[in-house]
Write a protein that binds this ligand. Sequence first.
Ligand SMILES: Cc1ncc(COP(=O)(O)O)c(C=O)c1O
Length: 419
Amino acid sequence: MTKLDQIRAAEARLLLSTYDRNPILFAGGEGAHIIDEQGERYLDLLSGIGVNALGYGNAVIEEAIARQSRKLIHISNLYYHEGQAELALRLTELTGLDRAFFCNSGTEAWECAMKMARAHAGLLREEGKQIGTKFLALDQSFHGRTFGAISTTYKEKYREPFEPVVPGVEFVQFNDVADLRAKFSHEVCAILVEAIQGEGGIRPLTQEFIDEARALTLSTGALLIADEIQCGMGRTGQWCAYQHYGILPDVTTLAKPLAGGIPMGAVLCTEEVARCFHAGMHGTTFGGGPLACAVAIAVIDHMENENLLDHVTEVGDYFQTQLHDLARRHDAIIDVRGKGLMIAAELDSADLAKLAVAEMLKRRILINCTSDTVLRFLPPYILEREHVDTAIRALDEIFTEHAVAAQTAAQPAGGEIHG
Ligand SMILES: Cc1ncc(COP(=O)(O)O)c(C=O)c1O
């Protein structure tokens, strides 16, 4: 029995069966590659689902962890440490918002943002404004796995087993301005968006839709909340994806790459929204701990020092150009989209998408499939053109083999031709 077999057997006996893992045992990593226990290197174009933005074995992250862990790892939020204010200053500068709250994951950040929307609407009602408690979320949205998050997440499969979920959520057709207008009213406390949907298939909002969402919310005092957990912190070549649209939301949520792989989430909001929380209304034991803050600051410093946003834009554009070329050679690719290093190639069949992920894995390249037919690329920001070329060559080979196999299957068998 291999070590992997032993671990698989133990997990099957001991863990909740929430994950359908690929049978690989990873043991290390270097740059854009993750390495299994046999020493085989895999090109990682998924970076732990958009988390390992600086790749593996980054010296800046390792030093920040070592340095901070020798000083303090945890103190709780009953006392001060030097990291939270400094990180809040950095993030308020990067996002254009005024105040921060730190937590430990994306879904936790989202819960905080939803609570803010309800509390803020309550405050406005006390001040005599007409505003309700309803949320407008979008078709195909994904906001996490806790109750508020699943309630605002579109796909039925995430909500249905746990019903009843949080009431008061209505879904708006994606990028449908007329539907947004029809569903918006004084009853709405917040419109919830991802500027570029992640799980929903790397789908960007239109300028018109986001402008309308901003205008409607401003007209009543409702909040525009931008979930930047997947598309934020540099992934699209801007610190926040909403910055491509020239708008400022009232609240944004960050997580995934924020602390370079150490779990951390953050909520940023305007001064106006911040009025709704007072001491005791919200909190967390671990959130904003010294270790996570120190690493997040080191990650931001490194991204700035290395001009990584420009690099993300440059390599991301190259990646998309290569995928467009590939799409011209293979009819199976029906769309290529995204921004920076948040990229999708949509295929014409779910079976082919599944096959492509499996075939890439055989070639030691990690990608995944979302929304059934969408190949998703969320590589580390340190990706180079040569890595893109490797991936494109592999995809080319896979689609060519598939086309040949499909053609062969479609031809009548030799004996029947004479018939
Ligand atoms: C847009 C978005 N929001 C929220 C979440 C939830 O984050 P987490 O898994 O850290 O709870 C995710 C995770 O994929 C996400 O992509």
